[in-house]
Ligand binder design. Structure first.
Ligand code: DOR
Length: 420
């Protein structure tokens, strides 16, 4: 592997209190002192660009095994690299589900050749059916990095409580997909838009009931819980109150909830349908405020690839949108260009905060740590689904002009993406 020296680049490394011009040297896959660069070194001119720690995406569906027409481990990691993501957490709703040590081992083994680091979530119940607990200790021994039934809530509350206690004992997070299945099941957010479209709505209360349950369990047993893809103001308010009263709760939201609202659904295009659904402007504003005040810790994508054929029919299409290639650009556009937070604060939400939740060695550029980083530029570009790198094209950001562009991604000292 050739050593790399990036010269004259603006470095933003929030956990290292770095925010200024400098050089970055990568030797044998780790960050090294630029003063020591010598010999056969690839020189990259970083002027006009910014460098940040590789992003950590806590919420990704890689579809492998079983649904590799939508995405696979290699293609998903290619998409990650194109978005500046160097570590990702793969959700367990594969086919079969990640409820067996062999699946965990399979994903980890295949990911060794991929363009990003893959961490794996094991399911809490067998087949994600919500009724029979998996053997969490065996899954952990096989390499599971987190627990979740994501895609679905854990139906049986007592199993969720036990999973949270086991995860606390093992030192891994539980990623909670908050949804009351009896209230949920619609196509778009319940309200004005679902009425206009004449389709069944997914009420905000379906998510909020789930959020309330997971917070209640975390509070009762004094164990951590991570709330996935927060999309409602009420959930934000509950998480804020819980944090303030000492509950060990962390939370993420996704770029689509920050940039888009339920109004998009009037286009009757299934690329805007996901679960939880795009909500109201009031919810969107509450999420932005929650990121600003620290109620929401991280931005994750819920990258959920589906084929064009599956997405062709507005009402019968499965829920989900891809997001890794556009997450930084979209979050930058809304939050940095929009004057909500600094670049450094945004990068923290997308790298070191997420790394801390997962407890992985990522999210900073300390000398000696794995050389995961990305370079970006403030540059306008318009999202064209056909130019994206993953297998599926179901992006709700199509046609939107973004204010920043990922130019290069380096994972473990290897250049895994270059914007030509
Ligand atoms: O929209 C979604 N798609 N939400 C989920 O929770 C699951 C995901 C998927 O796997 O497609």
């Amino acid at each position: 592997m050739t050593d790399i020296l990036i010269k004259n680049v603006y470095i933003i490394d929030p956990d290292n209190s770095t925010d200024g011009l400098g050089d970055i040297f990568i030797k044998n896959g780790v960050f090294a002192d630029p003063e020591t660069a010598e010999g056969n070194v690839e020189i990259i001119n970083g002027s006009g660009m910014k460098a940040a720690p590789g992003l950590v995406d806590l919420h990704v569906h890689l579809r492998d095994p079983g649904q590799t027409d939508k995405e696979d481990i290699i293609s998903g990691c290619r998409a990650a690299a194109a978005g500046g993501v160097t570590s990702l957490l793969a959700m367990p709703n594969t086919d079969p589900a990640a409820d067996d040590p062999e699946i965990i081992k399979y994903v980890k083994e295949k990911a060794k050749d991929a363009d990003a680091r893959v961490y794996v979530v094991a399911s809490i119940t067998k087949g994600l059916q919500g009724r029979e607990a998996t053997d969490v200790d065996e899954l952990y021994k096989a390499g599971a990095d987190a627990l979740s039934d994501d895609g679905k809530p854990v139906l049986d509350t007592s199993i969720m409580a036990e999973a949270m206690k086991s995860a606390a004992r093992l030192g891994i997070p539980v990623m909670a997909h908050c949804e009351d299945p009896y209230l949920a099941g619609g196509k778009v957010n319940e309200g004005e838009i679902s009425e206009k479209l004449g389709v069944k709505g997914m009420p905000a209360a379906a998510e909020d009931v789930g959020t309330a349950r997971e917070i209640a369990l975390a509070r009762a047993y004094d164990v951590p819980v991570h709330i996935c893809h927060v999309s409602t103001k009420t959930s934000v308010d509950m998480i804020r109150e819980a944090k303030n009263s000492g509950v060990k709760v962390t939370a993420e939201t996704a770029p689509h909830y920050l940039m888009l609202t339920e109004e998009e659904l009037l286009k009757k295009d299934a690329d805007y349908r996901m679960n939880p659904p795009l909500r109201t402007e009031q919810d969107r504003q509450a999420l932005i405020e929650a990121l600003k005040d620290g109620t929401i810790d991280a931005i994750a994508t819920d990258h959920a690839p589906h084929t064009p054929l599956e997405k062709a029919d507005f009402e019968s299409a499965p829920n989900g949108a891809i997001g890794m290639e556009t997450s930084f650009a979209a979050a930058y556009t809304v939050l940095v260009k929009g004057g909500v937070m600094s670049e450094s604060e945004l990068i923290r939400k997308m790298s070191s905060n997420a790394a801390r939740i997962l407890d992985i060695p990522a999210g900073t550029m300390y000398i000696g740590s794995p050389a995961d980083l990305f370079l970006y530029k403030e540059e306008e570009w318009t999202v064209d689904p056909d130019k994206l790198h993953g297998k599926s094209k179901n992006t709700p950001f199509k046609g939107i002009t973004m204010a920043a562009k990922v130019k290069m991604t380096i994972c473990s000292g290897r250049v895994v993406y270059r914007d030509e």
